[in-house]
Design a protein. Structure first.
Length: 192
């Protein structure tokens, strides 16, 4: 098995972290998978399971090239720890939530990249964002508008996450298992 990355992408409120959490729970005893926590310049919450990093440490680590990938969005810094690349090179399938704007860079810099796009209707996205009640999320309409600006994603699998999260979670888990069995560059949406 070749290691690599499966990046879960999509607009705010699509349920990416929920689906990753469900897949991690299902695959927690399978050593073929790694589910690293992102570093974010904000405290973790019910909605996002991240490790916190302060702005100064983020800037220093970014400048030093210590991250596998890093980006800024919504006034925050986000990063994947350098250990992610090590895990992929050791043969694991590394599953991470990533900004859609970094897919091209990820495909150029990293080995064996597959992309799962999680999406939902504007109404569902708005309702989920409102439910969070995080003031740092800013204007919900602006977040949704930004999602549209990103444009189409070249995804290996698209999951419309509007029903029970467990249903969408099973689709993601099946895709991940397929990735572990094959070279992740050659996985198609047949796992859906």
């Amino acid at each position: 098995m070749a290691g690599g990355f499966v990046f879960v992408v999509g607009p705010s409120g699509a349920g990416k972290d929920t689906l990753i959490r469900l897949a991690r729970a299902e695959l927690c005893n399978d050593p073929r998978f790694s589910f690293p926590r992102r570093l974010v310049t904000r405290e973790a919450s019910t909605w996002e399971d991240n490790d916190t990093i302060d702005d100064e440490s983020f800037a220093r680590s970014h400048a030093a090239g210590a991250f596998t990938l890093s980006w800024r969005a919504h006034g925050l810094g986000y990063a994947l720890p350098g250990s992610c690349r090590d895990a992929a090179e050791a043969g694991q399938v590394v599953v991470c939530n990533l900004s859609r704007t970094l897919i091209g860079e990820a495909r150029k810099k990293l080995p064996n990249v597959s992309v799962v796009e999680v999406t939902a209707s504007v109404a569902v996205l708005a309702a989920r964002l409102a439910l969070r009640g995080r003031s740092e999320d800013g204007n919900i309409g602006a977040r949704i508008a930004r999602s549209r600006e990103v444009g189409a994603v070249a995804a290996d699998l698209t999951i419309v996450n509007e029903g029970a999260p467990e249903t969408a979670g099973r689709k993601l888990t099946a895709f991940l298992r397929k990735c572990a069995e094959l070279d992740v560059r050659n996985v198609d949406a047949a796992a859906s």
